[in-house]
Each structure stands twice: as structure tokens, then as C-alpha cells.
Write a protein that binds this ligand. Structure first.
Ligand SMILES: Nc1nc2c(ncn2[C@@H]2O[C@H](COP(=O)(O)OP(=O)(O)OP(=O)(O)O)[C@@H](O)[C@H]2O)c(=O)[nH]1
Ligand SMILES: [Mg+2]
Length: 328
């Protein structure tokens, strides 16, 4: 019997991994089947989320982290998968290409798998696609899975929030400091990285983050996010960053269990609402019907609560009719 795509993913075949990620990225119906098959074999990889403003040096930093993870003398070399979530508009593919080129140093290393995912075409489904892609890399047996996102939208925050460790990168002199603090990114950080520390203002930025942290109270045994300074281009500060990640991992066992639970909860809730809407739009409503309901709400002919209740009951009724007919 020829091996299935799931079998090949589980065997760590990079071509199968790439194919599997394409399926989840395109929301191909075969993706659900694949995730079902690999899911029992996931949960082993350690998920590192890296976020921060555009151009903060995240990819450069991730590249350095890969090198450190592959050569670290303290531990056995770790195998690494990277998913770079790219916010690029359909009109410029520049950043994706940039990431590919920058990380090409690892092309010959079979212990490293790198993949960019575009955000376009994913209306709110980005976190799902990214989560599934992470499952693929996890199932393939990679020790570490790094997810890079630009910290701008809720989707990205959701992705990073559910990682085992969340790294927030900031850069001096861009005014992003304030924005990051506002965007609620402070709360999701387990580690802060002030990158481009070769630039003017790095100490000032580190102090600002520190000042913000000191407003929060931490229990004696609670993890207090450290603030690390790095120069990703030269690799300065990267060994210390990796060390801090290991410390967090060792420290954060109870927290990690809670994270994984919240990741499961998030995925389930997201998937149920997605499936519900999908069924509604593709199996129950006639083409254009949803649009006309929306128009009626906008015109105040219908209120959104009545409309939502009605739609919910139609899905339920359809499900009942389906089960009576013996179909699903
Ligand atoms: N001076 C200086 N430049 C850096 C440093 N780290 C990265 N850069 C430069 O900053 C630019 C952006 O780096 P990237 O690694 O692409 O940044 P990014 O955050 O991944 O960018 P996006 O994914 O597009 O948001 C590149 O030109 C890097 O060479 C640093 O520590 N110091
Ligand atoms: Mg990048």
C-alpha cells in the first residue's frame, strides 16, 4: 500500500510537509482529514512565538535562533521548523522573498524546515491555518516550531498568545514602543527583546518597558518577563535569549499546561464557529441570501438578534433533517 500524505508527514518527509501546509493554507477539504490523522502524534514540539512591529528584525533574529538551536553546546542540536506568517498584500511579495533569501543559509540542513504563509485570503482563518501548519511540523517530529508574525492584528496576537513561549520584539526610535504597549502586546509577552540594540535609544526603550513592567505585581514564584537586548544582524545577545527561553520552559510547566489548554479551547471555539458559518453559507442559504439579510439589518428592517437566532435554527433544523435521512 502506498503511504498516505499523513504517513509521509509523520515520517518527516519535507515534501509531504510542504504539501500538507499548502493544503491547510488553502483550506482544502483534505486538510481536515490530514489533521485528524496526525493529531494523535502531536504535542511534542515546543512552540515559540515571535512577534513585533514590521521590520523589527524578527526574521533576522529567528535566523540567528535557528543557528543557536542547531549548534547549542548545552543541549543536543534541536531540529527546527519555522512558519513566517507574512502580512504582505497581494500586490507586493517582497517580504516573503526577503525572508526566503535571508533564511536560505539553512537550505542544506535537513534539521531545519522553513515556510512562509501569506495572510491574504484568510478572513479570520489565519490563526487556524497557522495552528494547523504548526501541527504538521510537530507531527513531523521537529523539536522546536517557531512562528513569526507581525504584531498588528488580533489574529496575530491570538497566534502568539497560544504559543508555549511568546517573544515580543521592539526596536528603538520608531515610536512603536507606545503602540505595542497599547495593543495589549505587553500582556502576552513572556520575554521582551529590544532588537537593533546597536541603535541609539535601546537603553531608553528597555527602561520604558521595565517601567511598564514595574507597574504590574508579580508573585514571588511568578515569571517576570526579562528584557533582553539583541543585535540580530551580528548575533549579539542571541545566546542569552536562547538561555532565557530554556529558563522560561523550565519555569513555566504549570503555565505551559494552561497555555496548551487555552490553545485547544481557542481552536475548538474557532473551528465550531467557522464550520457553522461555512455550512450556513455553502449548504443552507441560497446564493446572495446572506447579503440580503445583511442589507435588511443595515436598513433596520431586521434586527441582528432575530436574524442570528433564525440562522442558528436553520442550521440546527438542517442537521436534524440530515440525521433523519441518515446522512451527515
Ligand atoms: N542595525 C540593525 N539592523 C537590523 C538588526 N536586525 C535586523 N536588522 C535589519 O532590519 C531589517 C529588517 O529585518 P527583518 O529581519 O526582515 O525584520 P522583520 O521584523 O522580520 O520584518 P517583517 O517580517 O517584514 O516585519 C533588515 O534590513 C535587517 O538587516 C539589528 O539588530 N540592527
Ligand atoms: Mg520577517
Amino acid at each position: 500500500m502506498t503511504p498516505t500524505l499523513a504517513d509521509r508527514v509523520l515520517a518527516g518527509d519535507p515534501r509531504a510537509m510542504a504539501r500538507a501546509i499548502t493544503l491547510v493554507e488553502n483550506e482544502d477539504p483534505a486538510a481536515a482529514e490530514l489533521v485528524r490523522a496526525i493529531f494523535p502524534r502531536t504535542g511534542r514540539a515546543y512552540l515559540i512565538g515571535v512577534t513585533g512591529p514590521p521590520g523589527a528584525g524578527k526574521s533576522t533574529l529567528v535566523d540567528r535562533l535557528i543557528v543557536a538551536l542547531r549548534t547549542s553546546s548545552a543541549k543536543k542540536p534541536q531540529t527546527v521548523g519555522v512558519i513566517a506568517v507574512d502580512p504582505t498584500s497581494p500586490f507586493s511579495g517582497g517580504a516573503v522573498l526577503g525572508d526566503r533569501l535571508r533564511m536560505q543559509t539553512h537550505a542544506a540542513d535537513s534539521g531545519v524546515f522553513i515556510r512562509s504563509m501569506a495572510t491574504r485570503g484568510h478572513l479570520g482563518g489565519l490563526a487556524r491555518a497557522t495552528g494547523d501548519a504548526a501541527l504538521v511540523l510537530d507531527a513531523a517530529g521537529l523539536d522546536i516550531v517557531i512562528i513569526e508574525t507581525v504584531g498588528v492584528g488580533q489574529d496575530e496576537v491570538d497566534i502568539i498568545r497560544t504559543a508555549d513561549v511568546s517573544i515580543v520584539t521592539l526596536v528603538p526610535g520608531t515610536g512603536d514602543e507606545v503602540q505595542a504597549l497599547k495593543a495589549g502586546i505587553m500582556e502576552i509577552a513572556d520575554l521582551f527583546v529590544v532588537n537593533k540594540a546597536d541603535r541609539e535609544g535601546a537603553d531608553r526603550l528597555a527602561s520604558a518597558v521595565e517601567a511598564n513592567l514595574s507597574l504590574q505585581t508579580f508573585q514571588p514564584d511568578e515569571w517576570r518577563p526579562p528584557i533582553l537586548k539583541t543585535v540580530a544582524t551580528s548575533g549579539n545577545g542571541v545566546p542569552e535569549l536562547l538561555e532565557a527561553i530554556w529558563q522560561f520552559r523550565a519555569h513555566g510547566q504549570p503555565k505551559q499546561a494552561a497555555r496548551r489548554k487555552s490553545r485547544s479551547e481557542y481552536r475548538l471555539r474557532e473551528l465550531v464557529s467557522h464550520r457553522f458559518m461555512h455550512r450556513l453559507e455553502h449548504a443552507i442559504l441560497k446564493p446572495g441570501e446572506l447579503a440580503s439579510i445583511i442589507d435588511r439589518i443595515a436598513a433596520r428592517e431586521l434586527d441582528p438578534y432575530t436574524a442570528a437566532d433564525d440562522l442558528m435554527w436553520r442550521v440546527i433544523a438542517d442537521g436534524r433533517a440530515g440525521s433523519r435521512e441518515g446522512t451527515t
